[in-house]
Write a protein that binds this ligand. Sequence first.
Ligand SMILES: [Ca+2]
Ligand SMILES: [Ca+2]
Length: 409
Amino acid sequence: MRSRLFLLTATILSFALAGPALSQSATGGAPVENRRPNGADQKPAFEGQTRAAQPAAMPKITTEIVAEDLPHLWAMEFLPDGRILVTAKEGSMHIVSANGGEASAAIEGVPEVDASGQGGLLDVALAPDFETSGMIFFSFSEPRDGGNGTSVASAKLVQTEDGGGALEGTKVIFQQMPTYDGDKHYGSRLVFGPNDELYVTVGERSDRKTRVEAQDVSSGLGKVFRIDREGKALPDNPLVDRKGARPEIWSYGHRNLQSAALDGDGRLWTVEHGPKGGDELNRPQAGLNYGWPKVTYGIEYSGGKVGDGITALEGTEQPVYYWDPVIGPSGMAFYEGDAIPEWKGAFLIGGLVAQGVVVLHMDGDKVKFEEHVPVETRIRDVKVAPDGSVYALTESRRGGSTILRLTKA
Ligand SMILES: [Ca+2]
Ligand SMILES: [Ca+2]
């Protein structure tokens, strides 16, 4: 009801503002979020860091089901032929037609995963030269001696006659260390940068004794990594010359990064799960500290403050934007299509908690407007199709997934 009211208000506003003298950027409607923040006495560090206005003009979005009754999926990527490669949490990978139909048989060659808790087969990324190389990269919670950890593997995806595929030469190229015996905060997203560098985002394994390692550059917990296709640190990574530091680190002080995408300039952006009321958008830069768990918005799930309860500290970066209450970020995409012109240049972020797609309209490196497209179910990944429509992967609490297609009505 709340969002419908806002939609109505926004529609009226957009009529009122129509005309050459006022652009859409001139003003906007009330913020989507109007509930009391968990960090009730916390203040944003700058104007527009949270609860941005809704845009004056928002497209009316139609949602249709592309495929349903799928296994519990975690990630999807469009293949050059228009079909969709998907990962399923329990450890299988499939190919789904973008026009509907069933998932292919499980793709052979996926390593064993530890699917308990938040673990499983997680993200997948196509190599930039996939059309010629067939190479894919995927992340998963790897069962190991003494526990588990997020690992990245590469393989060649070959087509099989039954319309599915198989992996050849599967090889683990990177392991987040240390191994830990838990079932939470694995991250992870895989994003190729413009120069073939692979960004790998991970979590800090959630527990109080592990999360402090997000601040420790000798640990692999709570980091963004930047590696080559063999899993090696890039020679121009920021900490390669620092004694004791892991050379694969790009940035640190992160909690649980499950959302990452490049913008139109090829720069990495991430959204991480914060504590109760601390989800944040960042543009991770080389060697910088994003604060967790010393500095954060929001509070512990138990209700107490996190650490000293501070939201700013010299030597740590402020988030570009934060949400309190949280959206529960999953996959994200940068919209450069023409089919929904209002969204050009916006980030589309899946909301597990927000149960919809969160659209962040940017003005340079700041958030200008925040818009939500409710779909009334948890969203696990968001991708832009070749035709500019938006695909969203849902997950139900019972464990199945649906692929939705969002178009402008
Ligand atoms: Ca992906
Ligand atoms: Ca932070």
